[in-house]
Design a protein around this ligand. Sequence first.
Ligand SMILES: [Zn+2]
Length: 337
Amino acid sequence: MSGNVKLNFLEALPDAFFEIDHPSRLLELFGGPTLVSLEGAAAEPLMISTLLHGNETTGFFALQRLLRHYRDGLPRSLLIFFGNVEAAAQGVRHLPGQPDFNRIWGGGEGAEARMAREVLTYARGRRVIANIDIHNTTGRNPYYACVNRTSEDFLRLANGFTEIVIYFTEPHEVNSNAFAKFCPSVTLECGLPGIPEGIEHLYRYLEHLLHTVGDKGRAADEGRIYHTVARLKVPYYCRFDFAFDSKSSRDFSFIRHFDHFNFQCVPRGTVLAYTRRDGPQLAVLDNRDRLVTEKYLGFEDGKVIARQDLIPSMFTTDGDVAREDSLGYLMEPYQGE
Ligand SMILES: [Zn+2]
């Protein structure tokens, strides 16, 4: 799969872009990853990436609507990167053999990393005013934003989208972190893919941002900033479900609706899962990949128990994502370094 990833460059969108009913059809239009440069009244472009994960469709739908609305003239220039359109054609995060397109922005010599560098170099040369990378989550989450810096200009980008901001430094190979080196940058998490409310919410945010990006002023004060402190890993070979069944034959049977606890406080003492005695162990890793399981989780009588109040986020009930990435992250309120 690697080796022949070519970045397409367009200065206008084909008419068919406005007709297609799903991003799975972008591959027919674009043939591969594509950077679209559109001129608008304000010259410094707003950079937007979408479909770095092929099955996260909300960004496409909101952008299609936005570009339709401004077909006769944009208030500001836009640079839009449509990332993994090959995976989008298959409705998957990435194809087998492809890297995760949101882990290719930290350098490297792979074909996809070179493509990412090409996008970055071009965007930097165009003096982009801000960068937005649009995603969905596989589990149920509120709308939230992720930043790699906590200065006002970064936090302000979340205004109007969400009051929940996550500050994180790892993984560092993500799109938002690469752009953070030369412009305010944010990752937007728009809930489950393709939900009409999420598309509407994102559309309104982007429409507003086109007119206001670059304005000075304070970030909203009422926002909550969280810091990712650890992540939960399940061994790749283990079997698990979300039935919360104490008699389960699986290695772990997690609480039902696990993802509904995202950004809630799970009190100390809560039973998170039933587990097979002598079965594989859950691992909690901190930001430096150190094993810190005992700080957060206890294992007693076939149960996994929270050893302190936990604020989970990005917890997924998608087994493949859980195995490849992580089951979810643990957060703490961020007080500054
Ligand atoms: Zn994503």
